[in-house]
Design a protein around this ligand. Sequence first.
Ligand code: HEC
Length: 125
Amino acid sequence: MPSIILSFLLIMLASVLNGCVMTEEVKRIKASKNNQDKYLEITKGYLNGKQIFIRSCNTCHPGGKASPTGPSIENFARKFKTTNELKQFILKGKASMPAQTILTKEELENLVQYLYAEFQPSNLN
Ligand code: HEC
């Protein structure tokens, strides 16, 4: 008889402990989700052109100049008749230039404005 009571108590204890562990796990998942949401809220459409350029372009086009991995982008507008052409080029990439897949619409606009202002001052319209 006592062994039945003992196993009953053990089962109770186990499920209570398990409950605690689960709660902790759920809390951690929630916290991480909150952080992710906050990050998205802060960065969504928020990075300005210069920040995006430094994050995604400067390695291959340092300060707009040529490097072993990318050509100079000064005077790029001779190649792109419209800002839309330039945007499509940036989104798709070409050869070893990677496609940009995480830019929001606003960020792409910010980046393009920055490119014209910084590397193509006379063509800014
Ligand atoms: C991994 C290196 C790399 C990265 C990162 C990169 N590019 Fe490029 N980029 C290239 C290469 C290589 C070319 C030449 C592509 C071709 O025409 O074959 C190029 C071409 C260009 C051109 C055309 C230049 C011209 O006048 O012919 C522009 C404009 C440009 N990149 C802008 C950007 C922008 C804006 C970013 C960031 C969003 C970026 N690149 C990120 C490698 C890179």
